[in-house]
Design a protein around this ligand. Sequence first.
Ligand SMILES: Cc1ncc(C[n+]2csc(CCOP(=O)(O)OP(=O)(O)O)c2C)c(N)n1
Ligand SMILES: [Mg+2]
Length: 574
Amino acid sequence: MQSADVTATFCATLVDEWFEAGVRYAVVAPGSRSTPMALAMVHHPQLNVQVFHDERSAAFAALGIARVTGVPTLLLCTSGTATANFHPAVMEASHAEVPLLVLTADRPPELQGVGAPQTTDQQRLYGTSLRLFIDAGIPDDERKVDWRGIASRVLVASVGDRPGPVQVNLPFREPLLGTVDELPARTMVSAASPHARTGASRHVLPATRSTPVGTEILAKLAKRLSGRRGVIIAGDRAGSPTAISRLSTMLGWPVFADPLGGCRNENELSIRHADGWLRDDALASKFTPDVVLRFGALPASKVVNTWLRECGAEVVAVTESPFLIDPDRRVSMHVFTDTEALCRDVGAIVNAADGEWTHSWARAESKARAALAAAVDVEGRLSEPYVARLVVESTPRGGSVVVSSSMPIRDVEWYAGATDHVRVVANRGVNGIDGVVSTAIGVAIGRGVATTLLIGDVAFLHDSNGLLGLAQRGVDLRIVVVDNRGGGIFSFLAQRGSMGEEEFERLFGTPHEVDIQRLVAAHGIRSCEVATAAELRTSLLEPGPSVTLVRTNRAANVLEHERLNRAIIAAVAE
Ligand SMILES: Cc1ncc(C[n+]2csc(CCOP(=O)(O)OP(=O)(O)O)c2C)c(N)n1
Ligand SMILES: [Mg+2]
């Protein structure tokens, strides 16, 4: 076989193996060295291939797709600096446990280290963010039998106990254009493999882990949890919201319902606004639990996290991946298992809390909800908390809401109503404000349903390259930009009071003069500006892509948060 044909056949084999295992999406950034793999992707009859100009944007889109499908997304670029632009999304994927198959095209070994153009060291480029690195070497038809193994090794590593990104470095020698020959036969997998669904071919996706909780662990849990005053935390990657909500009802324990955990519903024990009243020390002390049962990641609220750290309760953490998030070193027992199995087993053996405990939480939450609903609407004018509520509420049932760091995610966590009619997604692995528009595009592609993005002006401008080609992607993405002319989060931090206005604005407030609507128009995307709740609702009725701009003021926003929190505290204290 000619070397170009070997390369083409090698790439087609990898793509075939990945598709057979369940991979359905590929995101490709343009370049020459990656040609053999790009062609293998677009020539696959069923693989959905999305092209993005900017590699950073491409990587975040792939992240968004992989996050909502739970299946690894292929991500391809050419050699050189292109590969480094994947890095932020690879970091997020690592921390947020999202499976990504990162494919970096490379120059062949003889062009390494000799100053050849567009050539740099791409080995283990993403360092400790990777679950596995493989350099595939120059495709060689003597090693045809190994080709499918390369594809399946990285795939299995990306969907392992701790899902995450893997990198396959792909050195290709010219010529790059070849003809695909017969592919090597698909591997037979024995039914004994934990990932095999059938004996015929590999089906590793989506990964299912339903490990029963052992009796020894259950006995330990019963001792810690039974009959006690507990609270449940359901954060990102908490696992089955239905199982957690059912356990909450059975035990009479409130659930701190982070929107990312899926338990934020109309149930009276679904606690949405505790961040407000836990700011009051006297009130907070009346709600001290004996034990905290935490599923998944921590919420964003500093108030809630500080209260959890300092209230003295024992903390039991349950995670569906072996990695424990415990920055405060408060966890005394960590169970790595399937949430549904754990909830079922614990529900069967643990006695409920006393009724007074359950009632006091339900009462507080219902008062907080009523007070907030009344206070947040001031003649229909839009504040940042109100926008967060309206964006969630206005997203069609079954749709997605993507929320940017940093005030939008907080406003949704603190002030939004129920979110169980939608899927809420945020990049909270490393909390970056980069790539958020592109992540939302990925979410919209991956789920194929209406998607709303709530984002601040700085984060929006940071990833305005996400708008490249958006008008042509056929996705229903409705972007709401809260434009407070800079970083509103910093007005809540100690930095604000510790320096003069001018220095604060220069370093933290960072105002800008960008005309966002004109920027959006340059990309051929519809936009409008709204000032009232009715206008925002109307604007969100229409399918996207669209951008809705809401102008707010950073200083007034701090006061509005204080006003709402006071209203919540007053109502709960009553
Ligand atoms: C990539 C990255 N750079 C910088 C930061 C630090 N940072 C956090 S919030 C923020 C400002 C965000 O402003 P905006 O998007 O307008 O939201 P607002 O705070 O105004 O709601 C910055 C710069 C970050 N988290 N990620
Ligand atoms: Mg802002």
